[in-house]
Design a protein. Structure first.
Length: 278
């Protein structure tokens, strides 16, 4: 039986750490090496390492499928769903899906097939310009319609607002406007980030998002051990990826020691202040 949902945890005031399971290149992409067993093995090892270190959830993502397309191919989607299902069966903590760059309908389909609990949607309500992809528009309507078609409304949507690796097509749109739009369109939680992977999410951004909505706010980049406690004093959770890899190399395995440093930084404060409620 899976642990309680991370939305439940955050709703009760808990601080949730979500670790990234970065898949090796999937079938149909330029980097795919032709060995699915190797892809399964790495994903399962990373997920188990994160769980053993004390992370509350994991996200399975096709991070290395460069260059990204606007939509996943049939081969990518099938592989992402299969890998996610293996992870769901291997760990007791909640599992999410992110179909890069922002194919939220594909992420929802994979999550539904795999039995995952949530998805990440990088361009849920914003129109952003992404180098190598061009303009990416909002996917809230398409994604939520897919979720209803599947009968999967128990799968939560964690929506980025003004996501990393992109620029707003209309820079006059404020963070608060993006936050409110995401909330109005049905997001279950919000994700705020720095400019790119590994760069710290400004605390001002976190605070502004918290003030603009009652939804949980999750840090989506730059959560390193030395600043994790400060960040989680304000945010409700954090997604941690490159900080758990030696040298920040995305394709490297998750490092158990780095995982423990992040967990200790956050749980040390939680244990002292909240009586080890997590």
């Amino acid at each position: 039986m899976k642990e309680m949902t991370i939305l439940h945890r955050m709703g009760e005031g808990g601080k949730c750490l979500i670790g990234m399971v970065h898949c090796l290149p999937l079938p149909g992409t330029l980097g795919h090496g032709g060995d699915m067993e190797k892809i399964y093995e790495k994903a399962l090892t990373d997920a188990r390492t994160l769980e053993a270190a004390g992370f509350d959830a994991v996200i399975v993502e096709n991070t290395t499928d460069m260059p990204y397309a606007r939509n996943l191919s049939a081969g990518q989607l099938a592989a992402l769903a299969a890998i996610t299902r293996c992870v769901v069966q291997a760990v007791r903590i909640p599992v999410g899906v992110d179909a890069s760059f922002s194919d939220t309908p594909a992420a929802l389909a994979a999550a539904y097939a795999a039995g995952a609990q949530f998805v990440r949607s990088p361009a849920f309500v914003d129109t952003v310009q992404v180098t190598g992809l061009g303009s990416i528009g909002p996917c809230a309507q398409e994604g939520l319609h897919m979720r209803r078609q599947l009968g999967a409304e128990d799968i939560a949507v964690f929506a980025d607002v003004q996501v990393k690796h992109s620029h707003m097509v209309n820079p006059s749109v404020s963070l608060e406007e993006s936050v409110q739009a995401a909330a109005d369109c049905g997001a279950d939680a919000l994700i705020v980030t720095g400019l790119s992977t590994g760069l710290e999410t400004p605390m001002e951004t976190v605070s502004r998002a918290k003030e603009a909505s009652k939804l949980p706010v999750i840090i989506g980049s730059g959560c390193a051990p030395e600043i994790a406690a400060q960040q989680l004093a304000v945010a409700d959770g954090a997604i941690v990826g490159s900080a758990l890899k030696q040298g920040g190399v995305i394709t490297a395995p998750v490092d158990a020691g780095l995982c423990r440093l992040v967990v200790q930084a956050v749980r040390g404060r939680d244990v002292e202040e909240e009586g080890a409620t997590l």
